[in-house]
Design a binder for this molecule. Structure first.
Ligand SMILES: [Zn+2]
Length: 146
């Protein structure tokens, strides 16, 4: 159920992003055959799925970060950034996709009690993960990438 909400939220957000991108592309390149009010309606209709996506993804963003896998302690410190850019992500989607990929991988932390290093999701990494999916779906549908 949680996964279903997550997927539905991402799909809604992608639809909304498409409507907004469609509006922007019309503003940059107006078509005299399309009346302005239709563009306005498209934009407003695009905001509805954004609201739905927010409601569906809200739970996911507020989930508590996970405790130490070894001793279950929640006390930890941030342990350096051991992130290198993902080569294929950079190749396919450029720097934007690569940085979203990196940011969505979570943050490396170290348990204060047993010094175990582990990855945990932060609100930022969850948001980056959602943006990554939206970007990938837009890319697949040919909106972002040629
Ligand atoms: Zn620990």
């Amino acid at each position: 159920m949680k996964q279903l909400k997550y997927i539905a939220g991402i799909l809604l957000a992608t639809v909304a992003a498409m409507a907004v991108l469609g509006t922007i592309s019309f503003l940059l390149n107006p078509d005299p055959d399309v009346p302005w009010w239709i563009v306005g309606v498209m934009f407003v209709l695009g905001l509805v799925p954004f609201g739905g996506a927010f409601l569906l993804l809200r739970d996911n963003l507020t989930v508590a970060s996970r405790p130490c896998p070894k001793c279950k302690s929640a006390e930890r410190r941030i342990a350096g950034v051991l992130r290198r850019p993902n080569k294929w992500a950079q190749h396919i989607g450029g720097i934007l996709l690569a940085s979203l990929w990196g940011a969505s991988r979570g943050q490396q932390v170290q348990c204060i009690h047993c010094n175990t290093l582990y990855l945990t999701q932060t609100r930022g990494s969850r948001i980056a993960g959602i943006l990554l999916w939206i970007f990938l779906l837009l890319a697949l549908s040919g909106v972002v990438l040629p």
